[in-house]
Write a protein that binds this ligand. Structure first.
Ligand SMILES: [Fe+2]
Ligand SMILES: [Fe+2]
Length: 281
């Protein structure tokens, strides 16, 4: 699981960076703002049980997972800073996310914390697979740095999609706890994402002055690949008894995108810490 130290530049990214669309731009700005503190919480969840892992391969995967999530957090924070300068409330969303995760970690034990990480990793794996397989989904990211950010992130979410899940099982997490936690995560994550996006749009003076563009954007979002029946079905698969993230074989997809983004054979980029310029599609 290679840790790629990519370095992206966001200075030129325009305000409505998702297909020039108000609603989708706010949605992805909110998503980006939840990533860094969410990913720090994911890292804490696996780090808390790291010394209980007696399987060498899983321990190595956990180290790769920690490295990849840390890089995602760093680049999304840089992107979020640029979005804040453009007027998005990304700082407030980051702060809220941090407080919410810290509260959750205080009330949940390490296993439930891991179950929540595994559940949210199914969300990121689903979004990742969608982006890597659907050219219409990718097409909304018109700006080069934003496309690189989301495709690099998508590739690595696919690469490490089973790590939190396997760690949860390794420390004795049960099927029951896994599925109940996902039900709670569905309700909490979707509710918060919708609420934060609505607030973000409402705070945007330009959006308030152009309500028809907001309504049109909402219509486009509902018809987009991101809320398609296929994406919903894939999300729901997690509730199947005996589900495992690798039931969906994405090894070919991962190999293709390693090559497309980083122009190297998979073997050539397995050197942790190798600095790369950011890759392009
Ligand atoms: Fe990530
Ligand atoms: Fe992840």
């Amino acid at each position: 699981m290679p840790v790629r130290d990519v370095d992206l530049r966001f200075e030129e990214v325009p305000k409505y960076f998702v297909a020039g669309d108000i609603v989708m731009s706010h949605l992805f700005a909110v998503l980006s703002a939840t990533f860094p503190d969410g990913e720090e919480s994911f890292v804490r969840s696996v780090a808390a049980v790291r010394d209980r892992i007696d399987d060498d391969q899983l321990a190595e995967d956990v180290d790769g997972f920690v490295g990849q999530e840390s890089m995602h957090g760093r680049e999304h924070r840089a992107f979020n800073r640029h979005l804040a300068a453009l007027g998005y409330p990304t700082r407030r969303v980051e702060r809220y996310t941090e407080v919410a995760y810290r509260w959750f970690e205080r009330v949940a034990g390490p296993k439930v914390h891991l179950a929540a990480t595994a559940a949210l990793e199914h969300y990121t794996a689903t979004l990742a697979e969608l982006l890597l397989t659907d050219s219409d989904a990718r097409a909304v990211f018109e700006h080069d740095a934003v496309r690189r950010l989301f495709l690099w992130h998508a590739l690595e979410e696919s690469e490490h999609k089973a790590v939190a899940f396997d760690t949860f099982r390794h420390v004795g997490g049960t099927e029951r706890m896994r599925r109940i936690t996902m039900t709670a995560v569905h309700m909490d994550f979707l509710l918060e994402l919708v609420a934060m996006t609505a607030v973000s749009v409402a705070l945007d003076g330009n959006a308030r002055r152009h309500p028809t563009q907001v309504l049109r954007g909402l219509g486009r979002l509902l018809r987009s690949p991101f809320v398609s029946a296929g994406a919903v079905r894939q999300l729901a698969q997690y509730q199947r008894r005996g589900f495992h993230p690798n039931d969906r074989d994405t090894t070919g997809l991962v190999a293709t995108w390693r090559h497309r983004l980083f122009g190297a054979t998979p073997e050539a980029i397995t050197d942790p810490g190798r600095r790369v310029a950011g890759g392009s599609e």
